[in-house]
Each structure stands twice: as C-alpha cells, then as structure tokens.
Write a protein that binds this ligand. Sequence first.
Ligand code: HQG
Length: 199
Amino acid sequence: MSADPLQLSKFLSFVLRHKPDAIGLTLDPQGWASIDELIERGNAAGTQFDQDDLRQVVETSDKKRFSISADGLRIRAAQGHSVTVELGLSPQEPPPVLYHGTATRFVESILSAGLRPQARQQVHLSADEATAHRVGQRHGKPVIFKIEALRMHAKGFKFYLADNGVWLTDQVPPEFLSIADEDQLSNSTKSSTALRSHS
Ligand code: HQG
C-alpha cells in the first residue's frame, strides 16, 4: 500500500473523532463520513491515500477503531469522539466488573471527583485488566481502577458497548471505584487514599 498505515490511522482518528472541519469534512449526526469525500478532502489537505489504503487500515486496526457502513460508502470512528455524535448504541447490561487504566498522577482527583469523560464524550472502560493497563500506560505510570459496573447499572446508570468492544458510560461516581492493585501506587498516594477511605 502507498500510505503509511500508522500515519493514516492517526489521521483518520484526528478527522473522524476530533476535527473533521480541519479538512472541510462534515460528519452526519451519527458520526459517518462519505468515504469518497474523506479521500478527496484528505488528499487535497496533503494526506495521500486511496480506497485500498483505507480498507486495509480499517481491517488491520488493532483496536478496530473504524467501522464501514453496510453499503460500503461511509466510515466512522467506533468510539473516542470529542465532537458530538450519536452513535446510536443501545444501552446494555455490563459485566459485574469493568476496568479503567489511567496514570497514578490522576488517582487522587479520580477518587474525589469520580471518572469523568474529560475531552471525550464518554468514559471508556475495558472488560479486561490487560487492556486497561495498556490504556493507562499512554498517560504515564499505569494504575487500574475496578468499576462495579453491574451495581451502577442496577442504580440506573447506562452502559453502551461500542462496535470495537470498548464499554462507554457517562461518568463513574467515586463510590463505585476501587484500585485494582494498590501496590502500583507510591506510598504518599496510598496514604492519602487510605485517609480518604476513612473520611
Ligand atoms: C483521566 C484510546 C483526573 C482518565 C484508549 C484518563 C481508550 C481524570 C484521562 C480511549 C478524571 C482522559 C480513551 C478525573 C478521568 N480527574 N483525571 N476526575 N476522570 N480522568 O485519552 O480512557 O488508541 O480521553 O483516567 O485505548 O485514557 O485512541 O481517555 O487518563 O479506549 O483508539 O483523564 O483512547 O484508544 O484520557 O482513553 P483519554 P482514556 P485509541
């Protein structure tokens, strides 16, 4: 293929999740873009790729980041948007426990404010600890939170399963969070979390 797959994947994440207007692209309310228009505008903006390059990135994406519509004409990011989109996912019952990987420097803030979507539309959760660990590593020294997802669900919080297996929810209040492995924390963070749990 002509385009570098990693660079193309990053370009697609950028325009389909965050800044479609950077290349003059319009997403529909569900986040879909016309493949022809994406290629035309991407090429005009200096990122050279064709249909084959695009399909190869979609098929080989390690996290299945992108979906192609059933008619083969449109593409969207499976999740991770900062632009407002309505993915049209139906709420689902989550497994009893889900995981969220983050960096140790965020632990105190998360324990007091809960998990917030920050720049994205929703909080991202993983079904397994290994994935959460990888997500956390992107931010620094990783730490994994366990989320009592089924208990949240029983209290009315909604959960969605994206096409690529990532679980999404609007927020996780602190009462449903615990640290999966306390040994990953420095002593100072440990003592402040211990203090908090006694307050
Ligand atoms: C943290 C990647 C302080 C949160 C991954 C995270 C994922 C708080 C960071 C997807 C906080 C946001 C999403 C609070 C949350 N105080 N920090 N109250 N609440 N945070 O990148 O979940 O490779 O927006 O813990 O695999 O790390 O792009 O979210 O550390 O699926 O396809 O704020 O992105 O996928 O960071 O990652 P992000 P994320 P891709």
